[in-house]
Design a binder for this molecule. Sequence first.
Ligand SMILES: *Cc1c(COP(=O)(O)O)cnc(C)c1O
Length: 393
Amino acid sequence: MSREPYSFQTKLLHNAFKTDKETGGVSVPIHHSSTFHQFEFDQFGKYDYSRSGNPTREALEETIAELEGGTRGFAFSSGMAAISTAFMLLQQGDHVLISEDVYGGTYRMVTEVLSRFGVEYTFVDMTDLNEVATSIKNNTRVIYMETPSNPLLKITDIEAVVKLAKANGCYTFLDNTFMTPLLQKPLELGVDVVLHSATKFLAGHSDVVAGLAIVKRKDLAEKLAFLQNSFGSILGVQDCWLVLRGLKTLHVRLKEASESAYKIASFLKSQKLVEDVYYPGFTFHNGYSTQVRQAEGPGAVLSFKLKNEDAVRQLIQHTKIPVFAVSLGAVETILSYPAKMSHASMPKKEREKRGISDGLLRLSVGLENATDLIEDLGQAINKIQLASNKITG
Ligand SMILES: *Cc1c(COP(=O)(O)O)cnc(C)c1O
């Protein structure tokens, strides 16, 4: 594996899998074999069965390990499969401390599945270190972070939480989906398990569902390898190839989309009808200084608040460029409505407690021209204004 001090941008293309060792092919071969012939009777080869190991999946797993600064990566059939498998490091009687505005699927896994296996949980505002410290129990085994959080883009001080976790003998997990290793490298800050929905920025084209887990510690690598093979929710080879292809352009995609996101966030902030804009690129964002310290940029996702569901409905009706859909981190701009989409599995009361109101929209900025996007959002906002003027005037 290449360990030269190349920049991240170069490493996305110039890595151990740049050329196929057998043929010189510049695209990783897709090995469909589910089983592998053993050439010797009493000495088995590196691969035996593709659930346990497959050369195409291995190419993706080693590439992401290298990019995250880990020793080993694991590819799963979805982000939730990666997250759920990592949670299997826990056992009955253990306790998890977890960010309160975590991804809706993770919330569901913890509250409705893990709870049935005797794993306890406490949701905390992970940006409040005092609350984190006082919520750690004797049986807390995992502190689970998502930063920036979803969908309010709150920033957790990773190193501070890692310090608390280490002092209390807990593992730390971090969902790095919004940042990718281009912008944030949690393993370097002491996190034990980095998790991804590779469906989002890493693959980047809304054409594959995939998940990744990356670790540095050898003991954790062995445990996760055992769990990946035991639970079996591996990523198929075609999909591994799609993620590898998406990764090659990660730098240009995320850089461009982040620049547009900043322009769009600033525009939205200037609009009277927009009650609030959440974007960690704003110097007045609560977590700005932490974000600048621990990440290379604010990313391409922001959220903003309109007055109510009716205003949201009008905005969606009048915007022409963004797709109105779940998901994020794609080449196309995606507008989503957390209350009815990513956080629909969260009871309304819990949602509102976390600030995910009926007027909140999340915007994942894609690669369309930023001015076009601003004009599109602007004309749609103006139409909401007309409607509300009609009612009041
Ligand atoms: C989408 C997402 C997930 C779940 O990943 P899937 O690939 O949809 O299973 C987890 N965390 C975050 C932050 C996500 O955006």
